[in-house]
Design a binder for this molecule. Structure first.
Ligand SMILES: CC(C)(COP(=O)(O)OP(=O)(O)OC[C@H]1O[C@@H](n2cnc3c(N)ncnc32)[C@H](O)[C@@H]1OP(=O)(O)O)[C@@H](O)C(=O)NCCC(=O)NCCS
Length: 214
């Protein structure tokens, strides 16, 4: 597999900051806790759909002890001036038990590092790893609470399976074919893809994601 414990990628954010992306591991609990502390209340709310003051020890263990197949997670980090690692963001998917070709996915970037292309890069790598593991769709839950969301749903149409109940919309978004080892992805095409449109609208705050059940 391309995305295994040896996977390590040097990347540059849009502002030139060097970053490393690799699979998350059990020893990353502290890195994750510190990254969460730097997330704004708004980003925490968007990720978990509840005001969240901290991650519990149990959550930290759960988010870092991944099997790499059914629960897969990447972490992006940089090195601070004093030589310490600083977590910039994570991307994870958790495969659904009822449908192994589908997984719930979440991408989170620490506020100070948002808007520099990291969310896009993490999403690209997450998709490549998902495809490598036989996942063909990401499931997203969003709250159908505004007009922007409704027009996005109309736009997505087609290949995206959409179900709604109680004001919540469940989207099964098909994953594009993203080669894992291509450093310059076909961005203009990717940016039109439904899976990227959902991320981009989440970043703009125009759609509210509902948290994954885990
Ligand atoms: C959603 C999120 C992961 C995006 O990460 P990011 O690193 O900021 O994203 P990128 O820099 O790669 O930009 C992706 C798109 O979002 C847009 N964007 C990013 N930050 C934005 C901001 N503050 N305001 C408006 N647009 C923004 C970018 O312009 C880009 O869209 P475009 O290609 O149409 O121009 C990040 O905002 C985040 O962690 N939000 C909180 C948690 C969340 O909502 N996660 C998503 C669902 S689980």
């Amino acid at each position: 597999m391309f995305f295994d414990s040896d996977y390590r990628e040097g990347a540059r954010l849009d502002d030139g900051t060097p970053a490393e992306i690799r699979m998350i591991r059990a020893s990353d609990q502290d890195l994750l806790r510190r990254g969460f502390e730097r997330l704004s209340p708004e980003s925490r709310y968007r990720r978990f759909l509840a005001p969240k003051r901290s991650l519990s020890d149990r959550e930290l263990r759960y988010f870092t002890n991944v099997d790499g197949i059914d629960h897969f997670a990447l972490i992006a980090l940089t090195t601070t001036a004093n030589g310490e690692g600083e977590g910039l963001g994570t991307a994870r998917f958790i495969r659904l038990r009822a449908d192994r070709t589908c997984a719930e996915a979440a991408v989170t970037v620490v506020d100070d590092w948002q808007g520099k292309g990291l969310g896009r890069l993490l999403l690209l790598r997450l998709i490549a790893a998902a495809r490598e593991r036989g996942v063909s769709h990401f499931r997203a839950y969003v709250l159908a609470d505004n007009r922007k969301m409704h027009s996005l749903l109309e736009e997505l149409g087609g290949a995206t399976r959409i179900r709604s109940a109680d004001g919540t919309v469940e989207l099964d978004v098909p994953l594009p074919d993203v080669p894992a080892d291509v450093s310059v992805p076909p961005l203009p095409v990717f940016k039109q893809h439904p899976v990227y449109r959902v991320l981009s609208e989440a970043a703009k705050g125009s759609v509210t994601p509902k948290p994954a059940s885990s």
